[in-house]
Design a protein around this ligand. Structure first.
Ligand SMILES: *Cc1c(COP(=O)(O)O)cnc(C)c1O
Length: 413
């Protein structure tokens, strides 16, 4: 029997097949149909705030169409949170714009409002024009401090594109993440809070914006019998089959979100008295994270069993894991690695059959983005050096968590 505990697996609710069968029976095996409309309605009801949701083929596609919706064009600058997954930044390049990376604040781990304000000031001074958009990310489900970020955005009159791909069900001041920006992005990839096997959605401010989004998502064709095209379009609509999975997942979404929150709290309670590890917490009452991944910070001064071997294997595994970065030598990543404690803990847990993962490597330290401007305060790198994601998700039981906790206690000496 395989008794490994994996980082995060999605789980079907059992209701998905009903919606998929309906799609088959009605011959709706196409990228539109009743499940797509039904799933969009479910999402709108879930999010509230009178938003219009357009279901798409991925969260990345949603980011791309969000930037197009904000009118971001070649040569424009876009402020982006550096502490994130690459999908938040890649679409900025799809539209030919320049990403300007901004570091995080230590409590929420998300974009630092003070640094953002001064970075925008600096961009205006250097380029003579304002950045076109601000991409903020609710990292691992933790909301951005919107009280402060919205003030900066208002002051400069720059719209926000909210990447809530990891924050399905999170809220700030009682309002759901995904509804704070002009546009918001959701993801239903296989590892996210709910899945459509692969998919995403763009949360739009009004009907006109939703209509425009659908137009770009369906090859920008105009309503002539022969299809007239006056702009470049994309094939980004969600399929009716995927949306059927989404409708089934919506029936258990609240349960999954509660399970994730319980998991983080359980780890926190049971590791509270253990020196050297601390679980991420909501910074104050305004924040209500879904704790999509259970994240922890490891004290750099800790001793971990196995530590001697960790550093060399960290280097090897990163080079291997980079999947064929060639011609640049193997030393390019070693200046920005998780520290040896974290790596020793990760490897120790891996030998106990427990999968964990370092935090996202900040975008300003990624070779692909290193040539773009970055405003850095050290927070993202420090989090990356010290952070670890522990197993979470609907399959990880309290008993599994006990095994994770015991193994951590065992390894932190
Ligand atoms: C997963 C993710 C995305 C992209 O979503 P896909 O549906 O996988 O394209 C974007 N941003 C963040 C922060 C993510 O974690």
């Amino acid at each position: 029997m395989d008794n490994r505990i994996l980082l995060r697996m999605c789980r079907m609710s059992g209701h998905e097949m009903r919606f998929i069968s309906e799609a088959f029976e009605g011959e709706w095996v196409v990228p539109l149909g009743p499940n797509v409309t039904g799933f969009e309605k479910d999402l709108e009801a879930f999010l509230g705030e009178d938003r219009h949701v357009v279901a798409l083929s991925s969260g990345t596609a949603a980011l791309h169409l969000g930037l197009i919706g904000l009118g971001v064009k070649e040569g424009d600058e876009v402020m982006v949170q550096s502490m994130t997954f690459s999908a938040s930044v890649n679409p900025v390049r799809y539209v030919g714009a320049v990403p300007v990376m901004v570091d995080s604040e230590p409590d929420s781990w998300n974009i630092d409002p003070v640094l953002l304000d001064s970075a925008i000031s600096d961009r205006v001074r250097i380029t003579g024009k304002k950045p076109k958009a601000i991409v903020v990310v609710c990292l691992y489900g933790m909301p951005v401090d919107y009280d402060r970020i919205l003030k900066v955005a208002e002051k400069w009159d720059i719209p926000i594109l909210e990447d809530a791909a990891e924050a399905f069900g999170s809220s700030f001041n009682g309002r759901k993440c995904g509804t704070f920006g002009r546009y918001g992005v959701l993801s239903f990839n296989g590892n996210k809070m709910i899945t459509t096997s692969g998919g995403g959605a763009l949360v739009c401010p009004d009907e006109e914006a939703a209509r425009k989004t659908m137009y770009y998502a369906t090859q920008a064709r105009l309503g002539y019998a022969y299809y007239q095209h006056e702009e470049i379009g994309y094939n980004y609509r969600m399929s009716n089959i995927s949306a059927g999975i989404g409708r089934g997942q919506m029936m258990v979404a609240e349960e999954y979100i509660a399970h994730h929150r319980h998991r983080q709290e359980y780890y926190r309670d049971h590791l509270r008295e253990v020196d050297g590890i601390s679980l991420h917490e909501n910074p104050d009452y305004r924040f209500d994270s879904n704790f999509w991944l259970c994240t922890a910070l490891i004290d750099p001064a800790m001793k971990v069993k196995n530590q001697e071997n960790a550093y060399s294997s960290a280097v090897t595994s990163t080079v291997g894991g980079a999947g064929g970065v060639t011609g640049q030598g193997s030393s390019i990543h070693t200046d920005c690695e998780p520290n040896s404690n974290v790596e020793a803990l990760r490897l120790g847990l891996a030998s106990a059959g427990i999968e964990t993962r370092p935090l996202w490597k900040p975008m300003h330290r990624q070779p692909v983005f290193s040539k773009y401007p970055a405003y850095v305060n050290g927070t993202a790198e420090s989090l990356f050096h010290r952070g670890l994601c522990l197993p979470s998700g609907p399959y990880v039981t309290d008993k599994d968590a006990d095994r994770v906790i015991d193994s951590i206690k065992n390894l932190l000496v």
